[in-house]
Design a protein around this ligand. Structure first.
Ligand code: NAI
Length: 688
């Protein structure tokens, strides 16, 4: 009555509109094809609407598997679809349990999987789809912070807690289950919460005066009780009001836990029941540190009457959705989804539609098309660098040239087979050092778009001034058109410099009395595996959009063309690029890709060239299941292509390009900016 039905109705109207607009608003993009969708039991109709409406509006067909506890809603919905004359086969519902879900995930003719459910199953699905080329979005669990500052309207915040964690029995993925309350008001707040909880009614969910209904299933009831018992063993105190509950059935009183240490089970694990865990903090910095002390990043709720304080914390919490002085607000026009181990992809609004579309030519052929290019042979150590004299380029880490940890290098040969030089053979330790340097260079992400643009323009100028040197290097490496490649690299640098302050975030039209911001935020540290083809331009095509959007990167240049990239160190050094914003580790791409994929401090990974195909991709995507980082395979056939520019246009810039539209995914364009950012949706009170 309050959530499922009205929001589902709104969702279908909103997406009916997208069906009208999709061709014009997403030029060059097409539906994936068949979407396999798997949903949980907590909002059976709403979860269905979030999945089915955008998929159909974008032109996909759907096989949906509802949760085993709640299949009937989906079957009733199928009857409505028949009444609406949806053509047979467009929407298919298959009921069943996890095995049915796994069969859907594994089916070779499914082009995209969209899943909502537990993080554990999300990981399994990430691993199962690794290397298949299936598109994937995951909306997983959370342990979302609900932050109350001393200057908050405490009574409003108490009502917020009721909506955040006691509503729907706490069976809400974005439940504000971790109450972080400023110490000076913590006792007062806990007292008000206890008083309020004592007036909640637990019972028949069909009685409209009931606040808390039944837990979905005895299995879930046992799970919650098990977690509470473990919490009690760890010394946490559970308070529950002395209110009546029906004797039969899966009913639980609302709970407030205190005395749980930040690392304890109740403070870290998703309970998915009507239990709030309260902790206190002293300073805003401590609140942010506690809020982000979780592997999840789904939602956050911030309560303060101080606009500066609320918006400052909103910017610093790692969460896909942030509510200010509110909680659990949803709208079809507002992107919803997580960061970190809460998954990737968005549902709702423009970003949600984008996730049901792909570039016109397949990013990577899932079940047909040409075989992926052969990976380059793994370079063998040539010889340890001789003591004293060392003419090999080094790695580029933290703005300094660094010797490889192993002390090995490999030979790069030119077009005529002669050895052109030695390049360091980076290893796991070098990647770890590079990630650490990138992590420390947070100042780059904090710079304004204008500030980043200035650095990129400077890089373009310095590169241009040394064009002849780079052309010579590319010619020696046997590149077909060195002049065009260098010119295209300079042009691409100017292009992303221009974008640095123009890839605007959006304000979405959602509910009255709120502005809903969809902010483009950088991931933080990204890993980039660069293509063999066009060693300089390919490297630039990945690094530039990523850093223009404020990410710090660890890039692995192509093995064969690494020498051309090592020549860039001096360009970076003389262009005011802060140390650590771009880190370069040369070596065996597939090995280094695996290390980046498994690193918990790397938030997103792009695989280009040979690494994007076949077994390397499969291994990398499996390793990425660890912290659930998104992996993107741009699937570029020609690195000179530019979105929306026909052949002559690029040729005028010095590159022999094909029209990108005819070739599919372009090597320069907005897709790179979208993949270099994640959306944080922030709901701010506005107007009367
Ligand atoms: P679950 O993740 O196992 O189930 C969600 C859906 O995935 C169901 O449709 C299920 O049949 C399907 N599924 C299960 N195993 C699968 C597999 N290997 N491949 C494909 N599909 C599979 O969640 P479950 O067991 O119902 O609940 C366990 C816990 O997960 C809850 O206590 C809660 O903490 C969390 N959860 C979180 C949700 C969220 O929205 N964040 C939703 C549901 C559960």
């Amino acid at each position: 009555r309050d959530i499922d039905v009205p929001l589902a109705v709104r969702h279908f109207y909103h997406h009916a509109g997208w069906a009208e607009l999709v061709a014009g608003e997403f030029p060059g993009m097409v539906p994936h094809g068949v979407c396999g969708q798997i949903i949980p039991w907590n909002f059976p109709l709403l979860m269905l609407a979030w999945k089915v409406a955008p998929a159909l509006a974008a032109g996909n067909t759907v096989v949906l598997k509802p949760a085993e506890y709640t299949p009937l809603t989906a079957l009733l919905f199928a009857e409505m679809a028949q009444e609406a004359d949806l053509p047979p086969g467009v929407l298919n519902i298959v009921t069943g349990d996890g095995q049915t879900g796994a069969a859907l995930v594994g089916h070779p003719d499914v082009d995209k999987i969209a899943f909502t459910g537990s993080t554990a199953v999300g990981r399994r699905i990430r691993a199962a789809t690794a290397g298949t080329g299936k598109a994937l979005t995951l909306e997983l669990g959370g342990k979302s912070p609900f932050i109350v500052f001393a200057d908050a309207d405490l009574d409003a915040a108490v009502e917020g807690v009721v909506d955040a964690v006691w509503f729907n029995q706490g069976e809400v993925c974005c439940a504000g289950a971790r109450l972080l309350v400023q110490e000076s008001v913590a006792e007062d707040f806990a007292g008000r919460l206890r008083a309020r909880a004592s007036r909640l009614r637990v019972g028949d969910p069909l009685d409209k005066s009931t606040d808390i209904g039944a837990i979905v299933h005895p299995v879930q009831m046992a799970r919650i009780e098990g977690l509470l018992a473990r919490g009690a063993d760890e010394g946490a105190l559970l308070w529950q009001p002395d209110i009546p509950v029906p004797e039969a059935g899966c009913f639980l009183r609302p709970g407030l836990v205190t005395g749980a240490a930040p690392a304890s089970v109740l403070a870290t694990e998703e309970i998915f029941g009507p239990v709030a865990v309260m902790m206190s903090f002293r300073t805003p910095d401590e609140a942010v540190a506690l809020a982000n002390n979780t592997a999840y990043g789904l939602a956050a709720s911030i309560w303060s009457e101080g606009i500066g304080q609320a918006l400052d914390v909103a910017a610093r919490v790692k969460a896909g959705v942030v509510w200010i002085n509110a909680t659990n607000l949803f709208d079809a026009g507002a992107p919803f989804g997580g960061m970190r181990e809460s998954g990737f992809g968005r549902e709702g609004g423009r970003a949600g539609m984008r996730d049901y579309l792909r570039a016109a030519a397949p990013e990577t052929p899932a079940h047909a098309g040409p075989p992926p290019p052969e990976p380059a042979p793994i370079p063998q150590p040539a010889r340890p660098a001789p003591e004293g004299i060392d003419r090999t380029p080094k790695l580029y880490i933290g703005g300094r040239q660094a010797r490889p940890d192993g002390g090995h290098s490999y030979s790069v040969t030119g077009a005529d087979g002669a050895v052109l030089g030695q390049v360091p053979l980076g290893n796991r330790k070098d990647i770890r050092n590079a990630v650490e340097a990138a992590h420390k260079a947070a100042g780059w992400s904090a710079l304004s778009g204008h500030g980043r643009a200035q650095v990129l323009y400077f890089i373009a100028e310095n590169l241009s001034a040394r064009a002849a040197e780079f052309e010579g290097r590319l010619a020696a490496l046997g590149q077909p058109d060195p002049g065009a490649e260098v010119a295209a690299t300079v042009a691409r640098t100017f292009h992303y410099a221009a974008w640095a302050d123009k890839f605007d975030s959006r304000v979405h039209a959602t509910q009255s009395r709120h502005v809903t911001l969809a902010m483009h935020e950088p991931f933080g540290v990204m890993g980039l595996i660069c293509p063999e083809e066009a060693p300089l331009l390919g490297f630039a095509s990945l690094v530039l959009p990523a850093i223009a959007m404020g990410n710090r990167v660890v890039a692995v240049p192509s093995q064969g063309g690494a020498l051309a990239v090592c020549d860039l160190y001096q360009v970076f050094d003389t262009s005011d690029l802060p140390g650590g914003a771009v880190n370069i580790v040369t070596g065996a791409a597939e090995e280094l890709a695996g290390v980046l994929a498994g690193h918990d401090d790397v938030a997103a990974l792009w695989l280009a060239g040979a690494a994007g195909g076949g077994p390397v991709r499969a291994a990398v995507e499996r390793a990425a299941a660890g912290n659930l980082k998104p992996v993107w395979v741009p699937g570029i056939a020609d690195w000179t292509t530019v979105q929306g520019v026909a052949a002559q246009g690029v040729a005028a810039q010095g590159a022999a390009a094909q029209g990108a539209a005819a070739q599919g995914a372009a090597a320069q364009g907005e897709a790179f900016l979208h993949r270099a950012t994640q959306i944080k949706t922030i709901w701010v009170p506005y107007g009367a």
